[in-house]
Design a protein around this ligand. Structure first.
Ligand SMILES: [Zn+2]
Length: 407
């Protein structure tokens, strides 16, 4: 059994997407995110899926988990990750950036990153659950409220689900013409606080110790850690300091963004940043920060998953290509736990995080069918079609439909 693009009712999917886009959901507005969670949860319940919802902590929206109703034979399931928050502030919709269709594109805030991926995931799960009857595989779809601000509220729950999963599929948007993401850099952030000594710039300049002059040296030290060939980037994104033109500045503060291809690079670069010392004994440097998302490096298991997805994609007219992304996602958490992970399985489009954000309508049907077939290939009895079973489990084990003991 395999789904085709014809199995996807695109107008129906798009009308739900339009509803979801009409609710603005910036990450820090828990109440608005919960209004969307209400919609997603009631649709999932109406489709006969299991729904659980936990209250958001520290201002986050609620975390919604939707599962297939399995007979309990599939001990390890698939995890699908989506987020309902967007980077766009409330009011974006009314500022000439509402839903707009132009030929094969639809524009709208959050449509590409990633409300389209969220509805595709739910649609694919409904399709598989409705088709496989009592053989439905164990599938969990998480709708998280805070991916765009680093997933502090959701990380523990994501890692808990990932530990019990045989693979993770992330429906973040596709890249550059439909490419999927097979690895992502890790990310670290640092705040560097430099404290010197204030004094009158005209009458007692020698008594002062300029925090800004020290900061200039630190900025150059940090920028020298960039290593393009290795994929390490270090960016001083903001600098602020001083109190008035005629005062030797006492304080200066830097905000630093670091992207890292693997754990070895992460450890080396982070140690180097934390070891930066002041060049003057009268100046102190306090550096706080560290890894926020571990690197999602390519692995043998993820490569096998990519090959399987490529085989399933071909009959749908998709030639799957993988890319390494510099941006992080919740896939970083699952991959770092050793769970085979594929990312960027959502809609094709562009303009993420800008007012050019759009999806390509014609990508919806084949990519939703691909997602459904990926879910389906974990189904008991579906191992022999589409090029074998997924996720390293033996074909024999997956074909058993009777309850079995854990091996
Ligand atoms: Zn996203």
């Amino acid at each position: 059994m395999a789904f085709t693009s014809e199995d996807i009712n695109v107008p129906c999917l798009l009308s739900t997407l339009r509803e979801w886009v009409s609710i603005e959901t910036p990450s820090r507005d828990g109440a608005r995110i919960n209004a969307l969670v209400d919609l997603v949860a009631s649709r999932a319940s109406a489709s006969g899926l299991l729904v659980s919802r936990s209250a958001g902590q520290t201002g986050c929206g609620d975390l919604l988990i939707v599962r297939s109703r399995t007979a309990g034979t599939d001990t390890k399931g698939l995890l699908v990750l989506t987020h309902l928050d967007t980077v766009h502030p409330v009011g974006t919709l009314s500022e000439h950036f509402g839903w707009r269709e132009e030929e094969d594109r639809i524009y709208g805030p959050g449509i590409y990153d990633m409300k389209s991926g969220a509805i595709m995931a739910l649609y694919a799960l409904e399709l598989v659950a409705n088709t496989t009857g009592e053989n439905v595989p164990s599938i969990t779809v998480m709708f998280t409220p805070d991916e765009e601000i680093g997933s502090k509220c959701s990380r523990a729950a994501i890692e808990l689900e990932a530990r019990g999963a045989k693979a993770a599929l992330v429906v973040e948007p596709a890249r550059d013409g439909g490419k999927i993401v097979v690895a992502r850099k890790g990310g670290a952030i640092f705040d560097v606080e430099i404290t010197g000594r204030a004094s009158h710039a005209g009458t007692r300049p020698l008594d002062g110790r300029s925090a800004i002059r020290e900061a200039a040296k630190v900025v150059l030290m940090l920028e020298e850690m960039n290593d393009v060939d290795r994929g390490v980037t270090v960016t001083v994104g903001t600098i602020s300091g001083g109190s008035a033109r005629n005062v030797v500045p006492e304080r200066c503060r830097l905000e630093v963004d670091v992207r890292l291809p693997d754990m070895a690079a992460a450890e080396a670069v982070i140690a180097k940043i934390l070891a930066i010392k002041a060049s003057d004994p009268d100046i102190t440097i306090r550096t706080e920060g560290g890894l926020t998302r571990p690197p999602y490096a390519q692995s043998v298991a993820s490569e096998a998953l990519f090959q399987q997805a490529s085989r399933l994609a071909k009959p749908l007219g998709i030639t799957l290509q993988g890319v390494v992304s510099g941006g992080g996602s919740d896939g970083n958490f699952t991959a770092a736990l050793g769970v085979p992970t594929l990312d960027g399985l959502g809609a094709d489009g562009g303009g993420a995080h800008t007012q050019d954000e759009h999806i390509i309508i014609s990508s919806i049907a084949p990519r939703t069918a691909l997602l459904a077939n990926l879910l389906l290939s974990a189904c008991p009895g579906n191992g022999s079609e589409g090029g074998g079973t997924l996720y390293g489990a033996s074909a024999h084990a997956l074909r058993l439909s009777k309850p079995r003991r854990k091996e």
